[in-house]
Structure formats: structure tokens, C-alpha cells
Design a protein around this ligand. Structure first.
Ligand code: NAP
Length: 474
């Protein structure tokens, strides 16, 4: 499947060198995309810049109609989109279907939310003035997205940006450009005017440099690693670019003595092993209070041992491949470091490497200590390290001891305690007895080095709006 880039409503880039896209479950090449660079990115930015006046002038109701159409087309295309995602990045087909629905939900929700972008009037302190606050779209948006949710990480930006009246240039991850291109095909079929959405594939550095330094780009929205996020913040500093950052996480899971063990096991299974542990909010470290520790471990191991690893296109597979060799090596380094420092492996502990494909078995480690790499760096794999703690206070102290602040989870049936702990956790998202917290209508994002800004919910559209204060002298 050879695809082209989408610039100003035209499929182009035939003349460019091609980049191969591989299936991480088989190593096979599944298609190619053009290696676009600064020139193509500049053309896309120019197209978005030219499309902006007309698009932003439409009423919120008119833009909403386009988004509703796009939503319908995405739902109609669940199967092909899901298959493409599983082929490109390996997640089990059932999870890919779920991602298409989740991705489409952002389009639907912001189709409505765009109609509720309100300003306000402010009572003046003097009789001869009137004070008005209005909202207007920021302008051209440059989006850079990761591979782990190839559709949703785009629509979580695209929905609010288009609803707000912005135009859009997206650079998807190297591993998953084909899903992004399918989304652009659906935008075209939805009749979204030319130039409003543009997709550029190619090497990250030149595309990123153009997006970050071109003065026609008013906003950068990035989802990816904290390391790359910091680089982009530096690159954008000269122009004081308006930037939103959805970065890495290292979610703690706190399981306290009064937890409902069934809820803790079932939700932790999802929070840890969904997408093979390759999600920014996946539980990276588990703190279990001493009184419940052994029972939790026993039941969690029993449940996780049923998970099947393999090609996500096959029926019954729960954990697909690791995205690439670097990802695999990082996971294994974390496991080996923990074992060397005294952790005990109670499930899994090894990977499967065949040719250029990498899988890791669901792994559970106990007797884990705070200094181990796995308790401090994002693992991005199906590894669950469990540390025994002696109290609620100790669990909170360890949970907060990290530069990350994206998601945290807590399991307790005591509601006063649950509220107390949720308030003390320095995280943007707290899942209390809930391992799958994200939803289109809720704000998603991190504190500390996990990001700047929020996506989803009413906060999500604010990122694409400027606030203007108009003072009128009478
Ligand atoms: P990544 O390596 O940071 O890449 C993310 C995107 O940035 C890709 O499109 C990548 O392009 C691009 N990129 C890399 N270097 C760049 C540069 N110098 N200039 C401009 N763009 C550049 O992250 P990833 O491995 O794709 O995704 C996993 C990370 O994303 C994890 O840390 C995860 O926690 C985080 N994440 C966060 C959230 C959230 O909402 N907070 C959600 C999902 C994922 P190439 O692919 O072409 O290199």
C-alpha cells in the first residue's frame, strides 16, 4: 500500500524518496509513504495559512456539520482503520476497534463543544467603559503525534482545533503514518475544505524544525516522549510559540489494605497490559500495602498468566509485539536491572525475538526496591513491578517521588481515604478504582515533566483559542 502526503487538498509526493512502513508482528513491509521534508512542510503550512480565514469565518454550526460527517465516516470505517492500526503498530484487533471508537469520540464531542465557546462581559469599575472578553482561534496548528495510539492521538487534537476554527498540519510518527493518511482520506470525503487539514510524512527533524520556526504556525501541539518535548520547547522558544505538551508518564498504582481485590486485579490488568503496556498512562509501578500484598500478587499472577502474546491480527491475542528493537531492549534492560538488584520474577521475565520482530511476555516482579531503573524510568512494556509498602503515607511518598505527573491509580473502598489520597497525588489524572480513565469529555494531561495543558473536555478546546479583552470607552 503506497500512500502520498496530503497538502492543500492534493495527494502529492510521488517524486519523493519512499519510507517503508513495517508490521512489527511479522517484519513485513506493509506500505510506503513519501519522505517529505522542510519544503513540503512549508507548503502544507502555507496551505493551512491560506485556508484559515475562510475556515475560521464559518459559524461553529457549519464547522460542526463537517465534524459530524467525519465522525460518521470514521464509524463506518472501523474495520479498515482498525486493521491498519494493528498492521502498523501491532495492538490486538479488538483494541484497535476500541481505539477507532475512542478516536471518533473526540470528533463527535468537539463538534458539539465548538458551539459552546463563550466569551463574557465584565462589570466595569467606571460608568464610561464596557468590558468584553471574546475567544478566537489561534490560527495554524502544527501537530506532532506518537505511534502508540495512531488515530486517537491525532483526533484528540484535530477535533478541538477544527471546532475552534483553526487549520491543521500533522506529522504522524514514523511507525504509523498510514492510519494518519486514512484519516486524511476521510476528512477529504467529509468535504473538509482544502488546506484545512494537511498530513506530512518523513523524517522528524526537518519537519519539526519547519513547524517550530515558521512564523505562520501559531501553535504546536505535541504528544510523545518528555525528551523530544523538551527539545521542541527549546526550538520554539525564539518565537515564544504557543505549545501544548502531552509527554511521558510513570504511573503509580496504589493498592491499599481495604481495596476490593477483584477491582484492583481487573483494573490493574487493564492499566498495565492494555496496548502491551505501551501507553503513557499505563501503570509503571505498583505499591501494595503489606496486609493485602500476598493475596493481590497471587490473584494478579493468576489473571496475567492467561494473557496470550502474539500477532494482534489473530483471534484471542491480548498482547501484541513491542514496537521495535529499541523498545524491546529498554524493557529487557529494566527487567534485568531489577533482577540483578534482588527482584523476584513471579511471571514471565523473558522476550521472544524472531528476525526483526520483538515480543515480551507479561512479566510480574516482586521484592522490587525504589532505586531500580524500572521504578524511575518509563518502561513502555508489559512489565509489572510490585513493591510492598507499610502504610498509605509510604505509598503516597513513593508515588510522588518522580519527575512525572501524568496518571496515578488508587484502590481503596474507604471513600474518605480515597479522596484524601487523590488530593495528595501530584498527578493530572487519578483513577480511583478505575484503570481506564480517559474519555473525550474529560481533561487529560500531566503535571511536572509529563506536560503542559490538557486534551479532552472543555479544557481541550481552550488550547486552540486566544482570549481577547476588548474595552470600550463610551
Ligand atoms: P517520540 O519518540 O517522542 O515521538 C513522538 C513524535 O515526535 C513522533 O512523531 C516523532 O517522529 C516526533 N519526533 C521525534 N523527534 C523529533 C524532532 N527532533 N522534532 C520533531 N519531532 C520529533 O515518542 P514515541 O516513541 O512516538 O511515543 C511514545 C511516548 O509518547 C511515550 O513517552 C509516551 O508516554 C508518550 N505519550 C504521551 C501521551 C500523553 O497524552 N501524555 C500519549 C501517548 C504517548 P518519528 O516517529 O518520525 O521519530
Amino acid at each position: 500500500m503506497d500512500k502520498l502526503i496530503y497538502v492543500n487538498g492534493i495527494w502529492t509526493g510521488e517524486h519523493l524518496e519512499k519510507i517503508k512502513v513495517s508490521n512489527p508482528a511479522t517484519g513485513e513491509c506493509i506500505g510506503t509513504v513519501p519522505n517529505g521534508g522542510r519544503k513540503e512542510t512549508r507548503e502544507a503550512i502555507d496551505a493551512a495559512y491560506k485556508a484559515f480565514p475562510e475556515w475560521s469565518k464559518l459559524t461553529a454550526y457549519e464547522r460542526s456539520a463537517y465534524l459530524e460527517k467525519l465522525y460518521d465516516l470514521m464509524i463506518e470505517a472501523i474495520e479498515p482503520l482498525a486493521e491498519m492500526m494493528t498492521l502498523e503498530m501491532g495492538k490486538p484487533l479488538a483494541e484497535s476497534r476500541g481505539e477507532v471508537q475512542y478516536a471518533a469520540s473526540f470528533i463527535k464531542w468537539y463538534a458539539e463543544e465548538g458551539k459552546r465557546v463563550y466569551g463574557r462581559t465584565i462589570p466595569s469599575h467606571v460608568n464610561h467603559k464596557r468590558m468584553i472578553v471574546t475567544k478566537q482561534p489561534v490560527g495554524v496548528v502544527g501537530a506532532i503525534t506518537p505511534w502508540n495510539f495512531p488515530a486517537a492521538m491525532i483526533t484528540r487534537k484535530l477535533g478541538p482545533a477544527l471546532a475552534a476554527g483553526c487549520t491543521f498540519v500533522v506529522k504522524p510518527a514514523d511507525e504509523t503514518p498510514l492510519t494518519a493518511i486514512m484519516l486524511a482520506e476521510l476528512c477529504e470525503r467529509a468535504g473538509i475544505p482544502k488546506g484545512v487539514i494537511n498530513v506530512i510524512t518523513g523524517k522528524a527533524a526537518p519537519i519539526g524544525e519547519e513547524l517550530l520556526t515558521n512564523p505562520r504556525v501559531n501553535k504546536i501541539t505535541f504528544t510523545g516522549s518528555t525528551e523530544v518535548g523538551k527539545l521542541l520547547l527549546k526550538q520554539g522558544a525564539d518565537q515564544v510559540k504557543n505549545m501544548s505538551m502531552e509527554l511521558g508518564g510513570h504511573a503509580p498504582i496504589l493498592i491499599l489494605d481495604d481495596a476490593d481485590i477483584d477491582k484492583a486485579v481487573n483494573n490493574t490488568l487493564l492499566a498495565k497490559f492494555r496496548n502491551g503496556g505501551q501507553t503513557c498512562i499505563c501503570g509503571n509501578r505498583i505499591y501494595v500495602e503489606a496486609g493485602i500484598h500476598d493475596e493481590f500478587v497471587e490473584r494478579f499472577v493468576r489473571a496475567a498468566s492467561k494473557l496470550k502474546v502474539g500477532n494482534g491480527m489473530k483471534e484471542g491475542i491480548d498482547i501484541g509485539p513491542v514496537i521495535n528493537r529499541q523498545g524491546y531492549e529498554k524493557i529487557d534492560r529494566h527487567v534485568q536491572n531489577a533482577l540483578k538488584q534482588g527482584a523476584k520474577c513471579v511471571l514471565g521475565g523473558s522476550g521472544i525475538v524472531e528476525g526483526d520482530t520483538y515480543f515480551y511476555n507479561p512479566t510480574i516482579l516482586t521484592n522490587v526496591k525504589p532505586g531500580m531503573i524500572i521504578m524511575n524510568e518509563e518502561t513502555f512494556g508489559p512489565i509489572a513491578p510490585i513493591q510492598k509498602v507499610n502504610s498509605e503515607e509510604e505509598a503516597i511518598k513513593f508515588a510522588n517521588q518522580t519527575p512525572y505527573g501524568l496518571a496515578a491509580y488508587v484502590y481503596t473502598e474507604n471513600y474518605a481515604k480515597g479522596i484524601r489520597i487523590a488530593e495528595k497525588l501530584n498527578y493530572g489524572i487519578v483513577g480511583w478504582n478505575d484503570g481506564v480513565p480517559s474519555a473525550a469529555q474529560s481533561p487529560f494531561g500531566g503535571m511536572k515533566q509529563s506536560g503542559i495543558g490538557r486534551e479532552g473536555g472543555t479544557e481541550g478546546i481552550e488550547s486552540y483559542l486566544e482570549t481577547k479583552y476588548i474595552t470600550v470607552g463610551l
